[in-house]
Design a protein around this ligand. Structure first.
Ligand code: HEM
Length: 118
């Protein structure tokens, strides 16, 4: 459990943020198509992995590396920016402090090279 995880509100805060994030992602014209064919279990796995990358804390990866998981999905820099921005906006909307939101963005930036495959 990292300090950042606590700042975002611990398990309750994170659960709320994830629910808001995925409602926005799935409804988004640019991001939605990537997730439309993904079943609920995999979507949940994705949420956990995404948050582990964002906040630290327990890794919940299926065993595939991030690069392997996104191979062939043709994820663009723009899509990566957009999902990160959607998370950051959701956190800010939920009242997470500006400084903590900025640090989440910095953490996610570190996995860009593994996720962007276009
Ligand atoms: C930014 C950090 C990200 C992390 C840490 C992350 C993590 C992961 C992981 C661990 C998996 C494999 C899940 C599994 O095998 O159970 C996965 C799959 C996937 N990711 Fe990501 N992801 C990120 C960003 C993105 C972005 C930006 C997109 C698209 C816009 C995306 C779309 C997908 C899709 C479509 C899958 C395939 C789901 C499936 O297995 O059917 N991811 N991601």
């Amino acid at each position: 459990m990292t300090e950042l995880y606590d700042e975002v509100g611990g398990p309750d805060g994170v659960r709320t943020a994830v629910a808001l994030l995925y409602r926005r992602v799935v409804a988004d014209d640019e991001l939605g198509p990537w997730f439309r064919e993904v079943d609920l279990d995999r979507l949940r796995a994705h949420q956990r992995a995404f948050l582990a990358a964002a906040f630290g804390g327990p890794q919940a990866f299926s065993g595939r590396s991030l690069a392997e998981a996104h191979e062939g999905l043709e994820i663009t820099d723009a899509a990566f920016d957009r999902i990160v921005q959607t998370l950051l906006t959701s956190l800010a909307d939920l009242g997470v402090a500006h400084d903590a939101v900025a640090r989440v963005g910095e953490r996610l930036e570190q996995v860009r090279g593994d996720v962007v495959t276009a």
